[in-house]
Design a protein around this ligand. Structure first.
Ligand code: PEP
Ligand code: MN
Length: 260
């Protein structure tokens, strides 16, 4: 089982369950600072936030671009957090390199082979989200594009697939967790925010992810979800996020106790 080392303390795919959290999009410094303080207080060490946003409508907020990356770097330095952010274009790989710790390849780009090859050449980890219409086999083959260029530091992220069900934004295909554990050596992270699109389903989805042996979760949290520039309806507020972390920790303690 491959482990992703961000430094000596942060390891994804080891014994510890990893929580990554932050807003869907980087909106401004104040927003990111308040989320960073919350994460520090809760001992969550990786912050997310999109600077380049793949939006369905070209009229929706597209992200702050390079200015968003600069905010992320300030947060990284000021709070000692590790940073993950999505890139959408092969040209972003070099540009984003100095600002972030983990490259996120979004669902819409899982089969953007030029992008996959480009992140395959760098020495930073890549979180590869499942395409919303991708089979597990296609997803594994997409990871091979990264691996074949030399980058072994791959994290897979189940974020739900499109089905006929419309109650949830996507159908969170949690069976991919044990399947990928069997078929690949990579850590697997579950994204209940995009996987369900509904904040009340995030806790049960996290519990299921833990039970199935996932290596972590990635959660959207925002200081004021009703005013978020993207994905507010699936974002937790700070109180809700604190409760989520408590529940996750309780479940992890319980499982550790049982395994003794
Ligand atoms: C995101 O993480 O904000 C995002 C756009 O996710 P996905 O690519 O899974 O839709
Ligand atoms: Mn989002």
């Amino acid at each position: 089982m491959a482990k992703i080392k961000l430094d000596d303390e942060i390891i994804i795919g080891g014994e510890e369950f990893t929580v990554i959290a932050g807003p869907c999009a980087v909106e401004n410094e104040k927003q990111m600072e308040s989320v960073a303080s919350l994460l520090k207080a809760l001992k969550v060490s990786i912050i997310r936030g999109g600077a380049f946003k793949p939006r369905t409508s070209p009229r929706s907020f597209q992200g702050l671009g390079i200015d968003g990356l600069k905010i992320l770097k300030d947060i990284k330095q000021g709070y000692g957090l590790k940073v993950i952010s999505e890139i959408m274009d092969p040209r972003d790989v070099e540009e984003a390199y100095e600002y972030i710790d983990i490259y996120q390849i979004g669902s819409r780009n899982m089969q953007n082979y030029s992008l996959l090859k480009e992140v395959g050449k760098v020495d930073k980890p890549v979180l590869l989200k499942r395409g919303m219409s991708a089979t597990i086999d296609e997803w594994i083959k997409a990871s091979e594009y990264i691996r074949m260029e030399g980058n072994k530091n791959i994290i897979l992220c189940e974020r739900g697939i499109r089905t006929f069900e419309t109650y949830t934004r996507n159908t969170l295909d949690l069976m991919s967790v044990p399947i990928l554990k069997d078929k690949t050596e990579y850590p697997i992270i579950v994204d209940p925010s995009h996987g369900t699109g509904r904040r009340e389903l995030i806790l049960p989805a996290c519990k299921a992810a833990i039970a199935l042996g996932a290596d972590g979760v990635i959660i959207e949290v925002h200081p004021n979800p009703d005013r978020a520039l993207s994905d507010g309806e699936q974002s937790l507020n700070f109180e809700e996020f604190k409760k989520l972390i408590e529940e996750i920790n309780n479940m992890l303690d319980l499982l550790k106790g049982e395994c003794k």
